[in-house]
Design a protein around this ligand. Structure first.
Ligand SMILES: Nc1ncnc2c1ncn2[C@@H]1O[C@H](COP(=O)(O)OP(=O)(O)OP(=O)(O)O)[C@@H](O)[C@H]1O
Ligand SMILES: [Mg+2]
Length: 147
């Protein structure tokens, strides 16, 4: 696929401010709204909503700021989350169930179970997580629309 095709399939770009817990969940509901009424099965929308929500909360919890981009292609939905932040030193460790560095302020809000990234991976057909320590984190999740 060429870059032009990808730009054509761009449905939305959402900006996320670090530590802005008041707005937590807005991006995932916007994404959900964008997917409704397009003939996408409800079960797939639910998976994408979870992926987006967990990515959104991670940016709010750990990064200074970031974006989530939503692409709708004929055969797949792509969610890309990019942030400027501390990055993740050990990606395998971060992907382990129950691993969390969430501080008390995050835990008080009910987050920090260490389940977000592994749930994103579980609900994705294709999952990519890369990071540069001190720079930020890039997450790409592809959910296929037909099987
Ligand atoms: N965007 C990010 N930038 C920096 N570190 C991150 C980012 N996303 C995740 N991490 C690190 O990976 C760990 C695991 O993330 P994960 O989302 O799986 O769990 P959590 O956020 O700690 O808890 P939960 O998602 O269950 O509320 C985090 O505690 C944090 O250390
Ligand atoms: Mg999380």
């Amino acid at each position: 696929m060429s870059g032009d095709d990808l730009i054509e399939s761009l449905e939305g770009i959402y900006h996320i401010q670090g530590r802005d817990f008041v707005d937590a969940g807005i991006v995932s509901s916007e994404v959900k709204k964008s997917l409704q009424g397009k003939g996408i099965p409800e079960s797939i929308i639910r998976r994408i909503a979870v992926i987006t929500f967990e990515a959104e909360i991670n940016i709010i919890s750990y990064a200074q700021q970031g974006t989530i981009q939503l692409f709708i292609e004929p055969d797949a939905v792509i969610i890309e989350a990019n942030d400027m932040g501390p990055g993740i030193a050990d990606i395998d460790l971060a992907l382990q169930e129950g691993y969390s560095t969430a501080d008390d302020s995050i835990r008080e809000l009910g987050f920090g179970a260490g389940m977000g990234l592994c749930n994103i991976k579980k609900f994705s057909d294709i999952f990519e997580l890369t990071s540069e320590v001190g720079q930020g984190t890039h997450l790409k999740s592809i959910v296929k629309l037909n099987g």
